[in-house]
Design a protein around this ligand. Structure first.
Ligand code: PLP
Ligand code: COI
Length: 339
C-alpha cells in the first residue's frame, strides 16, 4: 500500500484484502464468514434483484495522529440498518453481529486505512440482501449480510471547497409515506435522473424538495441540508429524508458552540435568507454550498462568493473531523477505538 496515492483518492471502489458475509436461513443468523472473493453467488430469483429488498449503511474508520483507528457512532449505523430492514420487511441484523462484522472487516484490512493527515478514510459498507427465490412480490425468507471496506477520498471532489447545486424540479426521490427515510437502494435509483441532470448542468448534485407540496427542502442527493442565519443552525424535518448521523452530530456540536438549532420545515424561499448553507453526511462530511439554482423560479441563491466556506461551516467541519480523527476530545462517547 506504500505506493497508494492517498491524497488523491477518489470516493470510489478500491479492492481490499477481505470482506465479511453472514447468512440468515431458517429464521436464524449463521456464523461470520471471511472471504477474499469480491463476488457473491445468489439465486436468479432473489428478492433483492427483482423487488429491491436491499438496504445498506455507510460509516468510516479514521486513523489518528496517535496511530489509533477510530470508528464514529457505529452503533447508530447498526440501529439505522435495523430500522431500514423493518422498512422493507427484511431480517434485522443484530447489533452485536453488525459490530463483529464491521470490526473484523476493519482489522483484516488495516493496511488500507489511509494515513493521518491525508484527509482520506476507510469507508465501510454494510449491505443486506434478500436472497430467497420468490417470483410473487413478498419478503424473502433468506438474507445475506455483508461488509466490505474501501479507502476513499472526499465524496465531492472539491473536498471542503464550496460546490454548486440545483433544485430538482423534474424528479422526486421519495414520497412522503414512502421509503425515503430508509437506506434502501431503490431511493438511490430514484435519484439518478436528477443527479444526471445536475451533472449535465455543471452542478455537484441535486437538491430534492418535498414531493407533495414542492415547497420545502428535503435533502441534497446523498446528504442532509443545513442553512445558517442569525446564529442559528437550521435543518429540514421531513418524513422522506434519511436521518443523518452526521447531521445529528452537527446539531449537538452547533448547540455546544452557542448556536440555536431549528429542525423544521425549510421553505425554498428561505434559501434567500441563509448566510451559509451546506450538505452533510458520512461520505460528504460537510460540503459547503456555493450556490443553489432553482429552475422553477430561475433564482440563484449564493453563499460563498469568494470560493471559501463560511465561518460557521468551517468551525463545524473542524470540530467534527477533529473528533473523528482524534484531535479533539470525544465528549459524547461517539468514538470507539478498534483495538
Ligand atoms: N441522506 C442520504 C440520502 C444519504 O444516503 C446519507 C448517507 O448515508 C445521508 C443523508 C447522510 O447520513 P449519515 O450522516 O448518517 O451518513
Ligand atoms: C454515506 O454518506 O455514507 C452514503 O451512504 C452516501 C452514499 C450513497 C455514497
Amino acid at each position: 500500500m506504500e505506493n497508494l496515492d492517498w491524497k488523491s483518492l477518489p470516493f470510489g471502489y478500491y479492492r481490499t484484502s477481505y470482506n465479511i458475509r453472514c447468512w440468515y436461513r431458517n429464521g436464524q443468523w449463521g456464523k461470520l464468514e471471511i472471504t477474499d472473493s469480491e463476488y457473491i453467488s445468489i439465486h436468479i430469483a432473489a428478492t433483492a434483484l427483482h423487488y429491491g429488498q436491499e438496504v445498506f449503511e455507510g460509516l468510516k474508520a479514521y486513523k489518528g495522529a496517535d496511530g489509533k483507528i477510530r470508528l464514529f457512532r457505529w452503533e447508530d449505523n447498526a440501529r439505522r440498518m435495523q430500522y431500514s430492514a423493518r422498512g422493507v420487511i427484511m431480517a434485522e441484523v443484530p447489533v452485536e453481529l453488525f459490530r463483529e462484522a464491521v470490526f473484523t472487516a476493519v482489522k483484516l484490512n488495516k493496511e488500507y486505512i489511509p494515513p493521518y493527515g491525508t484527509g482520506a478514510t476507510l469507508y465501510i459498507r454494510p449491505l443486506l440482501l434478500g436472497t430467497g427465490a420468490e417470483v410473487g412480490v413478498k419478503p424473502s425468507h433468506e438474507y445475506l449480510f455483508m461488509v466490505f471496506v474501501t479507502p476513499v477520498g472526499p465524496y465531492f471532489k472539491e473536498g471542503i471547497k464550496p460546490v454548486k447545486m440545483f433544485i430538482s424540479r423534474d424528479f422526486d426521490r421519495a414520497a412522503p409515506l414512502g421509503t425515503g427515510t430508509f437506506k434502501v437502494g431503490g431511493n438511490y435509483a430514484a435519484s439518478l435522473r436528477a443527479l444526471m441532470a445536475a451533472k449535465e448542468g455543471g452542478y455537484a448534485t441535486a437538491i430534492f424538495l418535498d414531493a407533495k407540496e414542492k415547497k420545502y427542502i428535503d435533502e441534497c442527493g446523498p446528504a442532509n441540508f443545513f442553512g445558517i442565519k442569525n446564529n442559528t443552525y437550521i435543518t429540514p424535518k421531513s418524513g422522506s429524508i434519511l436521518n443523518s448521523i452526521t447531521n445529528m452530530s452537527l446539531i449537538t456540536l452547533a448547540e455546544e458552540m452557542g448556536l440555536k438549532v431549528e429542525r423544521r420545515k425549510v421553505p425554498v424561499e428561505e434559501l434567500a435568507e441563509f448566510k451559509e448553507a451546506g450538505a452533510c453526511g458520512t461520505a460528504a462530511v460537510i460540503t459547503p454550498i456555493a450556490s443553489i439554482y432553482d429552475p422553477g423560479t430561475n433564482n440563484t441563491y449564493e453563499y460563498c462568493r469568494d470560493g471559501n466556506p463560511g465561518p460557521v461551516t468551517l468551525k463545524l467541519y473542524n470540530k467534527l473531523t477533529g473528533i473523528q480523527f482524534g484531535d479533539e476530545p470525544d465528549n459524547h462517547g461517539w468514538i470507539t477505538i478498534v483495538e
